[in-house]
Ligand binder design. Structure first.
Ligand SMILES: [Zn+2]
Length: 172
C-alpha cells in the first residue's frame, strides 16, 4: 500500500481546478487507497488528489486519523448541496507545512458525491468536519487556505511561501 509524496505549495497541480473522474475503475480505487495511506502516514485528517500530484476530483477525510473506521469518508466528484452559517478556525495543510491560517468557512455543509464503488453518497458535516470538506473541495478547485485569507495576510504569507518554494526547504 504505497504512500505517495505530498506536493507542496507552488506546484501547478495545486493551483488549477482538477478534472472530474469520468469513469470509476480499478485505478480510481488504487488512487483512493494510496490517498488514505498517505493521509494516515502524514498524519492528516484530509487529503485531495492534487496533493499527490493527480489532477482529479477525489478527496478523503478521516477526523479520527484511522482510529475509527466509521469516520472514513471517500468521495469522487464531491459537490456542495448545502453551505450555511459561518465559522473561523485555524487550519493547516499538508501541502503547506509549518503554516496556518483562519479562513471563514460555513458552519454546516452537505456534500454529495460517489464512493469508490460508484454509489452515490451524501455526507453532512458541522464544525471541524464542515471545515475539512471545504478545505478538501477547495483543493480540487485549485484553492488553498492561503487564498481565502484577507488580502493583507494572504500577500504576507505568499511572500514567505514563495521563498520556501524557491529554496524547497519545507519543514516536515
Ligand atoms: Zn490542504
Amino acid at each position: 500500500m504505497p504512500i505517495r509524496p505530498i506536493v507542496k505549495w507552488g506546484e501547478s497541480v495545486l493551483h488549477a481546478p482538477a478534472a472530474p473522474v469520468e469513469r470509476i475503475d480499478a485505478q480510481t480505487a488504487e488512487l483512493v487507497r494510496d490517498m488514505i495511506d498517505t493521509m494516515y502516514a502524514a498524519p492528516g485528517i484530509g487529503l485531495a488528489a492534487p496533493q499527490v500530484g493527480v489532477p482529479l476530483r477525489v478527496i478523503v477525510i478521516d477526523l479520527s486519523v484511522g482510529e475509527d473506521p466509521s469516520q472514513l469518508i471517500r468521495l469522487v466528484n464531491p459537490e456542495f448541496v448545502v453551505r450555511e452559517g459561518e465559522q473561523k478556525h485555524e487550519e493547516g495543510c499538508l501541502s503547506i507545512p509549518g503554516f496556518g491560517g483562519s479562513p471563514t468557512r460555513p458552519e454546516r455543509v452537505v456534500v454529495k458525491g460517489l464512493d469508490p464503488d460508484g454509489n452515490e453518497r451524501t455526507h453532512e458535516g458541522t464544525g471541524l468536519l464542515a471545515r475539512a470538506f471545504c478545505h478538501e473541495i477547495d483543493h480540487i478547485d485549485g484553492l488553498l487556505f492561503v487564498d481565502r485569507l484577507s488580502p493583507l495576510k494572504r500577500d504576507l504569507m505568499k511572500r514567505k511561501l514563495r521563498k520556501k518554494a524557491r529554496a524547497g526547504d519545507w519543514e516536515e
